[in-house]
Ligand binder design. Structure first.
Ligand code: SF4
Length: 311
């Protein structure tokens, strides 16, 4: 891993170019700590999508995976959104097809297609509303529809269904490889080693992990939980390792344990300071949106999310 103190020149150059071009840098919690350290805003998908709407800067450098840059561009079509590493993509963002959506719409008259923000603009355009792991329960509760097709992530869908038992859920077989293949056995072993530690996990985790968790929530929820429980000083974390940067800032006194097979998102982890510097210098890798009809519909689902989440 690149170390922050070894990159002083690079960091100075990034700051200089950012000011010269009036650019803003957004970073997801899952990117490398040294990349989070140069960001103006760090957060999960929900926070970053909200922030992107209110910014005046003409250039957004988005340190995250493709669907995040695409969402930022959908909400800010007149701005330039630069992706430091254009091959950083989220496999789950593609894990549903249109036939699944059409079949469910044929079968249920009052269906709401609820789409996790971790999806392409095209998938959003087939949907009625977007959600993030931070607001999914609230938004599904507020929908008038009884039948919910939740795409693409089945683990998040099952978690939301458990919190909204009066709705009928139809599931899709998508998953985040990083959370799906995290080992419940490794988490249980950590608990044996540290019996006083609280287990905090992301709802994208597989059901065996969800079952043994003390707290289930988004990355921002996990960070908040640790910060707001000073009486606890050990935590077992079931999400991507990048979150450690903010966890340690919030609770420098606490100990955080991750599964032995360190959960790193290979795509988020591709993004380096050199990539950020490169896009600031060259303006390369600007997000381009698909055709207008898709974008208009996808933007509606994102805007509906922001409206319903604000209720
Ligand atoms: S952690 Fe999972 S859901 Fe998040 S970007 Fe990586 S692959 Fe996608």
């Amino acid at each position: 891993m690149e170390k922050i103190e070894m990159n002083k020149e690079k960091i100075e150059e990034i700051k200089r170019l950012k000011e010269e071009k009036n650019a803003v840098i957004l970073a997801h919690y899952y990117v490398k700590p040294e990349v989070q350290a140069i960001a103006d805003y760090i957060g999960d998908s929900y926070y970053l999508s909200k922030i992107a709407v209110g910014l005046d800067n003409p250039i957004i450098v988005f340190c995250g995976v493709s669907f995040m840059g695409e969402s930022a561009k959908l909400l800010n079509p007149d701005k330039t959104v630069l992706m430091p590493e254009p091959t950083a993509d989220c496999p789950m963002a593609h894990m549903v097809n249109e036939i699944t959506v059409d079949n469910a719409r044929d079968r249920y008259d009052d269906l709401a297609v609820v789409c996790y923000i971790n999806s392409t603009a095209e998938i959003k355009s087939w949907s009625d509303v977007c959600v993030t792991s931070a607001n999914a329960v609230k938004i599904v509760k507020n929908l008038p529809n009884k039948n919910i097709l939740f795409i693409p992530d089945r683990n998040l869908a099952h978690y939301v269904a458990s919190q909204v038992p009066d709705k009928h859920f139809i599931y899709n077989e998508g998953f985040c490889p990083r959370h799906e293949f995290m080992s419940a056995k490794e988490i249980a072993e950590l608990k044996e080693e540290h019996p006083n530690a609280k287990i905090l996990v992301h709802p994208e985790c597989n059901p065996d992990i969800i079952k043994i968790a003390d707290y289930i929530g988004s990355t921002s929820g996990i960070i908040k939980y640790a910060a707001e429980h000073p009486e606890e000083d050990e935590f077992i974390i079931g999400t991507v390792y990048g979150v450690i940067y903010k966890l340690e800032i919030g609770r420098p006194d606490a100990k955080f344990y991750f599964p032995k097979t360190t959960p790193i998102c290979v795509n988020m982890d591709k993004i380096t300071l050199d990539h950020v510097l490169n896009v600031l210098k060259t303006g390369e890798n600007a997000v381009e949106l698909p055709d207008e009809a898709i974008c208009d519909k996808a933007k509606e689902t994102l805007t509906r999310m922001l409206e319903l989440a604000a209720l």
